[in-house]
Design a protein around this ligand. Structure first.
Ligand SMILES: Nc1nc2c(ncn2[C@@H]2O[C@H](COP(=O)(O)OP(=O)(O)OP(=O)(O)O)[C@@H](O)[C@H]2O)c(=O)[nH]1
Ligand SMILES: [Mg+2]
Length: 417
């Protein structure tokens, strides 16, 4: 199962691994994208998660049953009827949704096949367990796609809902939907008056352009009224959500692609360090044992680092070149010679600089290697001083490449779900 969240988690991982491989500016750009996606309100998976809230007896559970087309939640005249929140979720819910319900402590779950990708949470009434309800609503709001505030004709002005909830939670108003339930109890005239009255009080709460649906979820006789437009609306929201999720996934993929390009991973995928380095290392030892000279040995390593730097490119390539400068390579080679006891054999120097270096470091006379262990010891020292560092840097870059590949795969899977 893939969704925006798992693609985003992988992008975060890649961003952490990109530090030092790409420029700080590129890291920041990717981080900004990840933050923007995370800050987006609502459930990040591809299920539309809707919570029903409102006064006791307004008909929240009845509305759920009407949308479901069957009895899911208990409804009744005894208040409160719903004592614990329950969730109506698609069969085989996506993992993110299960985690969300767990975080919210909603244990009662009913699976449904009727409306795939729609989940409805029926909350207990607010006035008998105010504190708990308040906590649930506040914890829930940032994580669900929509909250439906259900009103009935008697209590649609309930000050608790208007003053303690709606007007306190205006930052979430884009997620709010309002239902005026039990319209079967009203005549046409009363309905339009009451509807305008409800809209006015919501506007007084601070909601701009409230979306109000009037319906009857469970009239005592006959079928529910106006449920279809509400269901259609939820379906449209689901489509809109799919479009929005597609955009988020596009942003994630683009951020990953940019990191990949900046890390030079598009070109230098096949560095093949492990195949190439042993022969460079052997040729360096050879340069000493066969008398081609110190500067030649420095060049062999230096040329290899240059090749790696060019192949990997970008900030990483430049960093590699910097970390393994010619100065450092010289130092490390000297150190490896000292450590291993390898004595370079007499050689014909090919440059004045090389001759000077040789005289400077090894004196006028060069000795043949005396110790048969010296060559392997030198190879080992060279491995520790140069090979390991190069390998680690390239390995980190490789891991970044693999993580970015996962970002791309995960986002594509999520797009195609
Ligand atoms: N006339 C009429 N009665 C309704 C309608 N919808 C619900 N009711 C009745 O209103 C009462 C309360 O409905 P519920 O769905 O249990 O209300 P609730 O909001 O879930 O209540 P709590 O769980 O206590 O918060 C029940 O007796 C329902 O039959 C409707 O559209 N018309
Ligand atoms: Mg209920």
């Amino acid at each position: 199962m893939s969704d925006v969240v798992s693609a985003l988690d992988l992008l975060d991982l890649a961003i952490g691994r990109a530090e030092g491989v790409v420029t700080d500016e590129d890291v920041k750009a990717a981080r900004d994208v990840a933050e923007r996606v995370r800050e987006r309100r609502g459930f990040l998976g591809d299920t539309l998660v809707v919570a029903l809230a409102g006064g006791t007896g307004s008909g929240k559970s009845s509305l759920l049953n009407a949308i479901a087309g069957r009895q899911i939640a208990e409804t009744g005249v005894l208040r409160p009827t719903t004592e614990e929140a329950l969730a109506w979720v698609p069969t085989d819910p996506e993992p993110g949704l299960v985690e969300l319900l767990e975080r919210l402590g909603i244990d009662a779950r009913y699976e449904q096949d009727a409306l795939p990708k729609l989940a409805i949470i029926d909350l207990p009434d607010h006035d008998s367990i105010v504190l708990q309800h308040h906590q649930i609503v506040e914890r829930l709001l940032p994580e669900v796609d929509a909250v439906v505030w259900v009103f009935d004709p008697q209590k649609y002005r309930d000050p608790l809902i208007h003053e303690q909830y709606i007007s306190q939670l205006l930052e979430y108003q884009d997620q709010f939907l309002f239902v005026l339930n039990q319209i079967d109890l009203l005549g046409q005239h009363d309905l339009s008056q009451l509807r305008s009255d409800l809209i006015r009080s919501l506007e007084e709460d601070g909601v701009s352009a409230p979306r109000v649906f009037d319906l009857a979820a469970a009239p005592p006789a006959g079928r529910p009224l106006n449920i279809e437009p509400f269901r259609d609306f939820l379906r449209d929201q689901l489509d809109a959500k799919a479009v929005a999720a597609g955009k988020l996934l596009g942003d994630i993929r683009r951020a990953g692609k940019r990191l990949r390009t900046e890390a030079g991973l598009d070109e230098g995928a096949g560095i093949g360090f492990e195949d190439r380095w042993p022969s460079v290392r052997a040729s360096v030892a050879q340069a000493f044992t066969e008398g081609t000279g110190f500067d030649d040995a420095v060049c062999r390593v230096g040329d290899f680092v240059t090749a790696l730097s060019v192949e990997t490119g970008g900030r990483f390539g430049a960093g590699l070149r910097n970390d393994f400068s010619y100065g450092r390579i010289e130092d490390e080679l000297r150190g490896a010679l000292d450590e291993s006891g390898l004595k370079p054999t007499l050689r014909v120097e090919r440059s004045r600089f090389g001759a000077a270096m040789r005289t400077f470091w090894f004196g006028e006379k060069s000795q043949a290697p005396e110790d048969p262990e010296a060559v392997p010891a030198f190879a080992k020292a060279l491995e520790e001083r140069i090979g390991r560092g190069l390998f680690e840097a390239l390995w980190e870059r490789g891991v970044l490449g693999a993580t970015l590949a996962q970002v791309e795969i995960e986002a594509r899977l999520a797009e195609n779900r």
